[in-house]
Write a protein that binds this ligand. Structure first.
Ligand code: NAG
Ligand code: NAG
Ligand code: NAG
Ligand code: NAG
Ligand code: NAG
Length: 358
């Protein structure tokens, strides 16, 4: 670029940066943004017929938790969430052959977490029953070669996400069932195994898997959602046992993830697929981290987490949203790859920013 072209654009940049302190978003802005994004999500993608968003399966399980968190912090949205839960409990199950189960334990885990959130919002035990029905099937995957939990019913892969979701479901049920003893036993043995299995790497982040044919060596990239589900699971473990070491570990992972997945990109959370683009459903990952960081922030407040969430929410709103409110896959922009997965993922971050702002 020629110097003469660079100077004017830099001047514009400086002008647009300097008033931003004055224009910083308020808590009310983040709440307004959250509610707009929630309404757009449901109007654009939710189907009454199959009870899913954009016909996506595991993503819709994750979105069940997202809308529950929106409802828990915004009373005006509560009835909308209740209506969706009530419809999807029948319609989504029917769309999947009248079962919550499929060949992927992680898919089942997302749905179990979604129904646990529905229970938190409604206090209706039929949702806890759905989560428990799923958990009973998860127990059939509890015999992986390296220990821990299989990813799919083929029983060939040992992944961080499958293991984290299994832990999160077991610990969450232990905290909510009348008699949580057996769930606690499963959660405890899973967390003891997981934290020492090798997923947690030398950079304090979680790698994607273990190689079951090569001595359980860690393999794969560092994805944002693997740094996310574990945070919520460890928050549940702290609540379950009163052992605050779980929060210490969660804080280390959260700081490392922010440092390594966001800091090199001006503080904006970025998955390893960028800039080639994550697959459309992988756009869900970043929101999973943001939402679980919100749970950690409630249990163990940290200004770094607040700044991270606000910064990312601001960027989503400014750089990654089209005029009608639909949101794309890259939180730093430019706007592209709009989908229910990308949009709901961004919604997780908008909500988290609203929840942690004062
Ligand atoms: C840890 O970080 C270093 C430096 O960025 C990198 O080379 C290495 O691959 C990372 N380790 C893992 C397991 O991701
Ligand atoms: C697992 O280890 C085996 C043997 O070293 C290797 O052939 C294979 O590529 C590894 N799998 C992955 C997914 O890295
Ligand atoms: C608390 O959890 C940590 C992490 O798993 C463990 O090392 C420690 O032994 C636990 N403390 C107690 C009192 O159980
Ligand atoms: C969300 O906001 C956009 C403008 O930013 C507006 O066009 C759209 O109608 C709003 N949608 C809803 C459902 O409120
Ligand atoms: C994402 O958007 C880019 C730019 O429009 C496009 O080239 C690419 O095919 C899209 N990716 C997916 C998975 O839709």
């Amino acid at each position: 670029m020629f110097r003469s072209q660079l100077l004017p654009s830099m001047a514009v940049l400086l002008l647009s940066l300097s008033p931003s302190l004055v224009l910083a978003s308020t808590k009310q802005d983040y709440i307004d943004h959250t509610l707009n994004a929630s309404d757009v999500l449901n109007q654009r993608w939710y189907s009454q017929d199959d009870g899913l968003w954009q016909d996506l399966w595991w993503n819709s399980g994750a979105i069940m938790a997202t809308i529950g968190d929106v409802a828990l912090s915004n009373n005006d949205f509560k009835q909308t969430a209740i209506d969706i839960y009530s419809n999807s409990l029948t319609a989504a199950k029917a769309a999947n052959g009248n079962t919550w189960l499929n060949d992927f334990y992680d898919d089942e885990g997302w749905w179990a977490m979604g129904w646990i959130k529905a229970y938190d919002v409604t206090q209706d035990t039929k949702y806890l029953d759905a989560a428990n029905e799923i958990f009973n099937d998860l127990l059939t995957g509890n015999d992986a070669t390296c220990g821990g939990h299989w990813w799919s019913k083929e029983k060939k892969d040992n992944t961080a996400i499958g293991n984290e979701l299994y832990l999160a479901v077991a610990a969450s049920l232990a905290n909510r069932m009348d008699d949580g003893t057996s769930y606690q036993k499963y959660a405890q043995s899973q967390v003891d195994w997981f934290l020492n299995a090798g997923f947690l790497n030398e950079n304090n982040t979680i790698s994607d898997g273990l190689n079951v044919t090569d001595n359980c060596e860690r393999i794969g990239a560092v994805y944002s959602y693997n740094q996310g589900v574990i945070l919520g699971a460890l928050v549940e473990m702290n609540e379950l046992t009163g052992n605050s070491s779980y929060l210490d570990i969660a804080c280390e992972i959260a700081h490392a993830a922010i440092e390594q997945l966001a800091t090199p990109n001006n503080g904006i959370l970025t998955d390893v697929g960028y800039p080639k683009g994550p697959d459309p459903t992988g756009a869900q990952f970043k929101g999973v981290f943001a939402r679980n960081l919100m749970y950690l922030q409630k249990a163990r407040p940290d200004d770094d987490f607040v700044r991270f969430l606000q910064n990312n929410a601001d960027s989503i709103w400014k750089n990654n949203r089209q005029a009608d409110g639909q949101i794309g896959a890259f939180w730093q922009g430019p706007l592209q790859n709009v989908s229910a997965a990308a949009h709901s993922s961004a919604l997780d971050c908008l909500l988290a920013a609203a929840a942690v702002s004062s």
